[in-house]
Write a protein that binds this ligand. Structure first.
Ligand code: SF4
Length: 660
């Protein structure tokens, strides 16, 4: 018997209209866990580097994490994997909500789409019955609207629907897949779904998932719930409100936006507004939020209520996505009520809430500086008392339809700047590996974040960071208090790293934490995220917050008692290293090299080229990669990835003699 997982994938050939239920190899689960890990293995095996994002040979994989559908609190993530049209690399984007557990209950771990449907369709998975159905009547409909229409059409109010909007249908490079209160947004995965002509995947499942040792598993789950309760009652002192608790409640519960509004860039390349936040604005924004927020809601099996339904008079109700609350507001240099209004339309269109506002601000900056002209933007509304608000709606409508200038902007700032030329490239400065990033503008280089930004494969800093405090605490006493109950550390040395970290002087940024310490910290942070993405755990309960309920010490127990795989910390660390390296190998095979590994250009004002070189050199060695960032033959061998080095040798990426 298979535990925690179902042991079956659904393989759908959209070109032929063929559907197969395929049994998976349990040895792959041991080696790569599930979710992201096994997705990476499938992508390596079946999508060679010659295949581009919009090729029928590209796969679009929806995977429930290994422990989704079990009683583990917050374990509800769907990991969507494909080749990104924007970065040309592997994209893996996570969504919460309810979809992944439902897929497990229907009897499948993954849905793997290949080929392209001749017409717009949706997939209806109802336990053993799976159909490809006509979706021509849903063409152009919003993502949330589509979900509702399908539920009515099938008379299945409990069906979970992952759908694209107009942006996905039109292959906008930053199109998302929307589902419940959540979405998988990064990497343009919605564009790949649209390219395959799949409007939605609808799931309803009523089967059981078995765990290997139920009593032990329930005990572990209870411990997590107790800890969540404890942390709710005992937020961490000395850190900003959004980091003091668990989950990502800042959108809805926390109204103090001083840090976000004063540290993030407003517009695209405009200034930080250092003194923006004051009592008056806090009062106004709190009132705005409280007027439209109808209900706080959670993902499947989680008490944390990170999201809210938003009802603005005259607009359909929608659910606010993680971190979208401020992104439109700040890009348009506008107010919160505008941000909440445009987010409704953007959610229906199905676009990424980080990239989209930046692309629109970028276009307006090009226009203001004469690089784009009235000829490029016929009909652009005039700036008025509401600033750029109308212009933002105007641009959004054109981008998702790929109309006029919208067709160029729909490829994101990096590709649009190249096409526009005439100096436009200087305005597309907030990308990593051709993908828009969080628009932060800070002063002093942060060596830990430098490494995460440069080498992260997830292309989303909020999904790489966590575990280690972002800044030192001012006094030794505060630091001592913090480390006292810091049992989540994988090694006691991390406590010392933190204890000795000062705000100023020798032991401060950029030379402290030292290069070696930075490698240890980044590796720990990344490891936790990769475990989450294989198990299907929400980062908000594990890899993102400080002192989370899930950590390296209890995860092996969850895997052992849940999936029946004999697991300990070393074996888990080795498994994570294996599929993390495989993700890197996929990207290396697609041409990624050291030159691509850098943070957004003007992210920090004070840069240190020599230190940055040393950081990258040391981290590459630490990870078992050579100077170009290519995993070495030796490290691949240690991880049981000889098939990767053979492929690298055949392609001339590594040579036979190469051993370092
Ligand atoms: S912590 Fe928040 S985002 Fe995570 S599963 Fe719970 S409700 Fe969803």
């Amino acid at each position: 018997m298979r535990y925690a997982e179902t042991g079956f994938n659904l393989e759908v050939d959209l070109t032929r209209g063929n559907i197969e239920r395929v049994e998976t190899d349990p040895r792959d689960t041991e080696l790569y866990l599930g979710g992201l890990g096994t997705n990476a293995k499938i992508l390596w095996d079946r999508v060679p580097p010659e295949v581009d994002a919009f090729s029928p040979e590209n796969l679009l994989i929806f995977s429930a994490g290994l422990l989704c559908g079990t009683p583990a609190t917050g374990c509800n993530r769907t990991i969507v994997t494909t080749i990104s049209p924007q970065t040309k690399l592997m994209a893996f984007s996570m969504m919460g909500g309810f979809w992944a557990p439902e897929l497990k209950y229907a009897g499948y771990d993954k849905v793997i789409l290949r080929g392209k449907s001749p017409d717009l369709v949706y997939l209806w998975i109802h336990n053993d019955k799976v159909e490809i159905r006509d979706a021509s009547h849903l063409k152009g409909k919003g993502a949330i609207e589509t979900a509702e229409l399908i539920r009515q059409e099938l008379n299945e109010p409990k069906a979970q629907v992952a759908a694209i909007g107009l942006a996905g249908e039109n292959r906008v490079y930053f199109a998302s897949i929307e589902q419940g209160k959540s979405s998988a947004s990064r990497g343009g995965i919605g564009a790949v779904m649209g390219d395959k002509r799949v409007k939605a995947i609808v799931v309803r499942g009523t089967k059981d998932i078995h765990v290997a040792r139920p009593a032990e598993y329930f005990e572990l789950c209870s411990e997590v719930l107790e800890y969540i309760k404890f942390r709710e009652e005992n937020p961490i002192p000395g850190v900003m409100p959004i980091l003091a608790g668990l989950g990502s409640p800042q959108e809805m519960k926390i109204h103090d936006e001083k840090w976000h509004t004063e540290s993030f860039m407003w517009g695209n390349s405009r200034h930080r507004r250092r003194d923006f936040w004051n009592d008056e604005i806090e009062e106004e924004w709190t009132e705005t939020m409280e007027n439209v927020q109808t209900r706080l809601i959670s993902c499947y099996n989680c008490p944390l209520k990170c999201a809210a339904t938003i009802s603005i008079p005259g607009l359909p109700t929608y659910m606010m996505k993680c971190f979208t609350k401020l992104t439109y507001t700040m890009a348009a240099m506008s107010n919160l009520d505008f941000g909440l209004k445009i987010a409704q339309r953007a959610t229906e269109y199905g676009v990424d809430g980080f990239s989209t506002p930046q692309v629109m601000a970028f276009a307006l900056e090009l226009y203001e500086d004469g690089i784009l002209t009235d000829e490029d933007m016929p009909g652009l509304p005039a700036d008025n008392a509401q600033g750029s608000e109308e212009r933002f709606f105007w641009l959004l409508d054109r981008i998702v339809r790929r109309e006029g200038i919208g067709d160029i902007l729909a490829n994101g700032t990096y590709w649009a700047a190249k096409e526009i030329g005439n100096g436009a490239e200087a305005y597309a400065h907030n990308t990593i590996k051709k993908h828009e990033q969080l628009p932060l503008k800070l002063s002093m280089l942060n060596p830990i974040y430098f490494l995460m930004y440069s080498t992260g494969a997830k292309i989303n800093i909020t999904q790489i960071e966590g575990q280690f405090p972002q800044a030192p605490f001012p006094t030794r006493e505060e630091r001592e208090e913090f480390v006292e109950d810091w049992f989540q550390v994988p090694d006691e040395k991390f406590k010392q790293y933190f204890l000795d970290w000062e705000l100023r002087g020798e032991n401060s940024f950029p030379y402290y934490p030292t290069v070696q310490m930075c490698c240890d910290i980044v590796d720990w942070q990344e490891k936790m995220h990769y475990i989450d993405d294989a198990l299907g755990m929400c980062a908000g309960l594990s890899s993102f917050p400080l002192k989370p309920p899930y950590h390296i010490h209890n995860y092996p127990k969850f895997i052992s008692a849940g999936a029946g795989i004999d697991m300990d910390e070393d074996k888990l660390t080795q498994a994570v290293k294996r599929y993390r390296t495989l993700v890197r190998a996929i990207n290396i095979r697609r041409g990624m090299r050291r030159k691509d590994e850098k943070p957004p250009e003007n992210h920090w004002k004070k840069r240190f080229p020599e230190l940055e070189k040393e950081l990258l050199d040391t981290y590459y060695r630490f990870k078992g990669w050579n100077d170009e960032g290519i995993p070495t033959k030796e490290s691949l061998h240690e991880l049981g990835l000889d098939y990767v080095s053979q492929d690298f040798i055949q392609r001339g990426i590594l040579t036979d003699e190469e051993d370092n």
